[in-house]
Design a protein around this ligand. Structure first.
Ligand code: 5GP
Ligand code: ZN
Length: 116
């Protein structure tokens, strides 16, 4: 479902340009506009799903495809050996700003843990 008021739905629709690095049948991955690491890619479902917290049981295969797309983004961007971090922020305390679920794939430098 395309939500015309949603930034990431508009990227899926091609209405807002994005630097796409990977696509699957139900997902698309593009570089974050404000990268927090040398590689910072967002992987999103093409359909409008608000957050991991709002996910439905029947979306298990969609979320599986999202995770494997994140793996393939890591492979394509050269992070397989050095490692990477995959983050899904959910809701206000999770720091989610765009209410269309997205997995951050971060790498290319050593990342600290725990995050702030
Ligand atoms: P959140 O805080 O919701 O987990 O992450 C949202 C991410 O989307 C942020 O890292 C932010 O930099 C990124 N972002 C916001 N607007 C745009 C945009 O128009 N294009 C791209 N490529 N990334 C965006
Ligand atoms: Zn959306």
């Amino acid at each position: 479902m395309h939500d015309p008021s949603c930034l990431f739905c508009r990227i899926v629709a091609g209405e807002i340009p994005a630097d796409v690095v990977h696509e699957t049948g139900r997902t698309i991955a593009f570089r974050d506009i404000a990268p927090q690491s040398p590689v910072h890619v967002l992987v999103i479902p093409r359909e409008h799903v608000v957050s991991l917290g709002a996910a439905e049981d029947d979306q298990a295969s969609l979320f599986g495809e999202l995770m494997l797309a994140a793996r393939d983004v890591a492979r394509k961007t050269g992070l397989s050996d050095s490692g990477f971090r995959t983050v899904l922020n959910s809701g206000p305390d999770g720091g989610q700003e765009v209410m269309h679920v997205h997995a951050h794939v971060l790498g290319g430098r050593s990342l600290t843990w725990p995050p702030g």
